[in-house]
Design a protein around this ligand. Sequence first.
Ligand code: SF4
Length: 247
Amino acid sequence: MKGRIHSIETFGAVDGPGIRTVFFMQGCPARCLYCHNPDSWDINRGEDIEIDEIVHWAVRGMPYYGSKGGVTFSGGEPLMQGEFLVEAMKALHETGINCAIDTSGTYLDCHSEEAIANCDLVLLDIKHPDPERFKIITAREQDTLFEIIDLINGYDKHVWIRNVVVPDINDTEADIEALNAFIRRIKHVDKVELLGYHTMAVDKYGKLGITYRLKGVPPMGGEKLNKLRELVCLPADAVSQVTIDKK
Ligand code: SF4
């Protein structure tokens, strides 16, 4: 069985716990204003990959995973290739490697439930708690996010929440309060990551001939992000922030 892949990152340290091999799957139905991988949107781009190759890449990293690390399927939106994910995770579990799915909650089909059921951790990217602003950011309806959350809760999956914080879009105390209320819908939240918006992908848009819609919006400052972090409704050691202030 073949999947479609955008890229592979070995020794990934920011997409789930521990050191991980990260498979960035090709294809995404969303069109997030700040997406830093617009070249992952079209599922017909990228390259084919076989399950055996996934296992091969993942096994190479095993000496570094320790008790926490493993594999993360990110994207793009990995649930667009749910059937492939299920087979890949079954093969990886046979070698003892744990698997996380990094999803935006913008896509759901008949394979999504089995994919969620088979993963060991979900990284859930909550674009915005408010349905209207969710739609503005992603160009998708929020309904699928709720269906994904129902699956996550139904299978008692543990979750890391991720939220990209963008100046003047979702960087107020009220936005974090709304995020807190939203997070309470999820049974097992182990961590919340506030990711500071950055502008490093702007050049990619130019090369792809796609208009960058957040032109002129500055990168999210670390000081403000730190203050927002203190408002998140989890113990301080379960909340982190990431800022990249380069242009
Ligand atoms: S869900 Fe992720 S890959 Fe898809 S458009 Fe949004 S940021 Fe980009």
